[in-house]
Design a protein around this ligand. Structure first.
Ligand code: ADP
Ligand code: MG
Length: 365
């Protein structure tokens, strides 16, 4: 096991800077997830930790030892990729033990390690099969088994569940988390899926365009997003953003509707433009609330998601266009509802759970 320290790391391809000065402290045994939209530099950063990609600036240290110039094989790291990368002509047992055989590990030790990993992952009965005789989920487990038998200081995962169907993804999420609780190996896991990040991580690093937007525990990011990017990226369905201004003891939307701030008005902010952020589950029915027309009702059984178009806005008029769509609100409720498209409901946000953002910088006020 090991700690990993990433200090002001940069990466350029030619004149284009892809990673623009990133610092992350990863504690011994921690499960850290790098999450962000496709192309933001997650894989590049992970590959630099693994030594598969040169570092243009800054330092990466494993257990206080700078590894910038250390070849991958000396870093004592095991990486699991999205496409499994199993050898098709080798049995599962041989795939799992390949790295150990390369190092001339004793046969008895190899057998013990493969057996232990197979036990952890439920692969025991499959050891004599070939990869083509396994399902996608089983292959992914073999790829993890291959990493486990090496007993590395650090596990690196790059979108390992992306090729699996939705149900299997949920199951594998649990298995990887269980595996980590058992082995306690320091893990850096890359995904574009914020649900994966929220459910699995001890610590989430939200990346965007080669920089870090925020680092924190999952619920900390959810409850206290530092800016509109994190607020909109973490949570599904996404947070509603309502433009307007702060005035008196409340917030006035661009349509002239009033929203409560619960006494949390920033100082000297009268008339100041702001964006009111409220999560879909933080609306409730209220007689004095915002009037909105029900556009779509989507029941999932456990909850209902509703798309609403605030009245009084241009969006309420016939022939609402793409621009007006942006003003639509999402409401999620646990109770069953008889609401139908076309009906008007009145909803109010919980001011204690609402956020205000600076519309220019995106930062939370
Ligand atoms: P992510 O994993 O977050 O989707 P990547 O780290 O794969 O993103 O890529 C980040 C950016 O770096 C992308 O814009 C990608 O096009 C660019 N990139 C990745 N590898 C190379 C390369 N070898 N040469 C030039 N650009 C690259
Ligand atoms: Mg990637």
């Amino acid at each position: 096991m090991a700690s990993v320290s990433i200090r002001n790391v940069r990466k350029s391809y030619g004149p284009v800077e892809i990673i623009k000065g990133v610092s992350i402290d990863i504690r011994d045994g921690e499960f850290v997830i790098l999450v962000g939209p496709s192309g933001c530099g997650k894989s590049t950063l992970l590959r630099m930790i693994a030594g598969l990609e040169e570092i243009s600036g800054g330092t990466i240290a494993i257990d206080d030892r700078v590894v910038n110039d250390m070849p991958p094989k000396d870093r004592d790291i095991a990486m699991v990729f999205q496409n499994y990368a199993l050898y098709p002509h080798m049995t599962i047992a041989d795939n799992m033990s390949f790295a150990l055989r390369l190092k001339n590990t004793a046969k008895s030790e190899i057998a013990a390690k493969v057996e232990r990993a197979a036990g952890i992952l439920g692969l025991g009965p499959l050891l004599d099969r070939f990869p083509r005789q396994l399902s996608g989920g089983q292959r992914q487990r073999v790829a993890m088994g291959r990493a486990i038998v090496r007993d590395p200081k650090v596990f690196l995962f790059d979108e390992p569940l992306s090729n699996l169907d939705a149900k299997l993804r949920v199951q594998m999420r649990t298995e990887i988390k269980e595996m980590h609780q058992r082995l306690k190996t320091t893990t850096v896991y890359v995904t574009h899926d914020q649900i994966e990040a929220m459910t699995m991580a001890d610590k989430i690093v939200v990346m965007h365009d080669g920089i870090i937007e925020q680092v924190g525990a999952p619920l900390d990011l959810y409850d206290n997003p530092a800016n509109m990017f994190v607020a909109g990226f973490i949570g599904s369905p996404a947070m509603n953003f309502i433009p307007g201004s702060i005035g008196g003891d409340g917030f006035t939307t661009e349509d002239g509707s009033r929203l409560p701030l619960g006494g949390r008005v920033p100082a000297a902010s009268d008339g100041r433009p702001a964006v009111y952020g409220v999560r879909p589950e933080h609306f409730r029915l209220a007689d004095e609330g915002l009037a909105a027309e029900v556009v779509v009702v989507e029941p999932t059984g456990s909850e209902t998601q509703m798309v609403l178009r605030p009245l009084g806005s241009k969006a309420g008029q016939a022939g609402a266009g793409r621009e007006d769509r942006k003003r639509e609100l999402t409401w999620v409720l646990r109770e069953r509802t008889g609401a139908r498209p076309g009906e008007v409901v009145r909803i109010a946000p919980d001011p204690a759970r609402a956020h205000l953002f600076n519309p220019d910088t995106g930062l939370r006020l």
